[in-house]
Ligand binder design. Structure first.
Ligand code: FE2
Ligand code: FE2
Length: 191
């Protein structure tokens, strides 16, 4: 008589840190009005939203500063520097968009009140007297943004990897921006 094959077990092995299917499904049905925020979200949500709103204010102040510099730039090097200011203004605005979207996903509200923008921003709105001043002020502002994003990333750690990834993406671009200006200042001739 041939041996019968062993019946397939329907039992799955439980792995540490992995929730069983039944509990997973039941949890997903709880507070569905929270959308993307599920019970396993373990970061301090109000604190993350506050930090994202501070960063949002910083980005908008940077957008406005770059546009001011873009329109005011004049002198021998103005054309190439202007192009850089405009590109940065657009990229800072894109950063603001990413931050605002994430704030909403986390159940918060983006604070775009212009009355309080500069008070909430990390970076400053410095007009700069001449082209070189403008470049220097933008380098300072980028360095503020770099430190501030790095601190946020460290604060969030692995508790909210989506926010962390967004911040890491922005940080890399701020480093790029700072590098652009550092290069410009290095070979600067004249005022
Ligand atoms: Fe930015
Ligand atoms: Fe930047």
């Amino acid at each position: 008589m041939s041996k019968q094959p062993a019946a397939k077990s329907t039992k799955t092995t439980q792995l540490a840190g992995i929730t069983d299917r039944k509990t997973l499904r039941a949890n997903a049905r709880k507070s569905i009005e929270d959308g993307a925020v599920t019970p396993t979200y373990s970061a301090n949500r109000p604190a993350v939203i506050k930090l994202l709103n501070d960063a949002l204010a910083t980005e908008w102040v940077c957008v406005l500063r770059y546009y001011r510099h873009y329109y005011m730039a004049k002198g021998m090097l103005a054309d190439s520097v202007k192009a850089e200011f405009l590109e940065h203004a657009q990229q800072e605005q894109a950063h603001a968009g990413m931050l605002a979207e994430r704030i909403v996903q986390l159940g918060g509200e983006p604070d775009l009140n212009p009355d309080t923008l500069t008070a909430r921003a990390r970076a400053e709105y410095k007009e700069g007297g001449n082209l070189r001043d403008m470049v220097r002020e933008n380098l300072v502002a980028e360095r503020i943004a770099i430190d501030s994003y790095r601190e946020m990333i460290n604060f969030i750690g692995d508790k909210d990897t989506t926010t962390k990834r967004i911040l890491e993406h922005i940080l890399a671009q701020e480093e790029d921006h700072a590098d652009d200006f550092a290069d410009m200042l290095e070979g600067w001739i004249g005022e």
